[in-house]
Design a protein around this ligand. Structure first.
Ligand code: DLZ
Length: 206
């Protein structure tokens, strides 16, 4: 019998022609790191090449929608300047994209690897409910923000935001729960697979 919960059996896709962006928050780093491992594992198993996965980090989940938007725009700029003489000049000068402003380490990486717009972007954050209304406001803003970015930008944005009532829920959803730190299911695996499936659909290959 198939599992009651989860995305169900997915078709196997060949993601070797895809470029995927990952933007993750740094709050609740232990959980984030495990989710990132799961996400990258799924991307790699689907054939996405390591050099075609670009990762950016932001302080907290609230920063995810803006940065996903910025990263996607930067990849579009890079792709429109990465051919011919203009592209060669851009490569020599370093990135002309806004991505350069996101992270001091970005220009070189962006210049050498961002050649076509991303086929999908995965936004990862871990929100844990506290004593105030902070959680509700951030969860709501980020959910709506990410939906807006994907519909307005015409790029699939995978919703990798965990909205948790406590830390253990997060550990379980990152596959590192329980006394043995191995219980639960790593949702990053599903997010990586979703990005590949949606990237293929965006290209019209699936
Ligand atoms: C401020 C805050 C709090 C209280 N909790 C979290 C959290 O559980 N997870 C998360 O990703 N970020 C949290 N943040 C930070 C905000 O998302 C944001 O980075 C700051 O408000 C600055 O804009």
């Amino acid at each position: 019998m198939p599992a009651l919960k989860g995305p169900g059996e997915a078709k196997k896709y060949d993601g070797s022609g895809l470029r995927i962006g990952i933007v993750h928050a740094r709050w609740n780093t232990v959980i984030i790191d495990a989710l990132l491992d799961g996400t990258r594992k799924a991307l790699s198993e689907a054939g996405v090449k390591e050099e075609n996965i670009i990762t950016q980090s932001v302080p907290g989940s609230y920063e995810l929608p803006y940065t996903v938007k910025q990263l996607f725009s930067a990849s579009q700029v890079q792709s429109s300047t990465s051919t011919g003489i203009v592209g060669a000049a851009a490569d020599l000068l370093g990135s002309t994209s806004d991505l350069a402003q996101l992270d001091a380490s970005a220009p070189k990486e962006a210049s050498s690897t961002l050649k076509t717009p991303f086929d999908a972007i995965i936004a990862i954050g871990v929100l844990i409910k506290g004593e105030t209304m902070h959680f509700e406001y951030i969860a709501d803003a980020v959910s709506h923000g990410l939906m807006k970015v994907q519909l307005e930008g015409n790029v699939p944005v995978v919703f990798g935001l965990l909205t948790l009532l406590n830390e253990e829920q997060g550990l379980q959803r990152a596959g590192i729960g329980g006394p043995d730190k191995k219980s639960g299911h790593n949702h990053g695996l599903d997010w990586g697979s979703a990005a590949v499936e949606l990237g293929m659909k965006r290209k019209g290959w699936a």
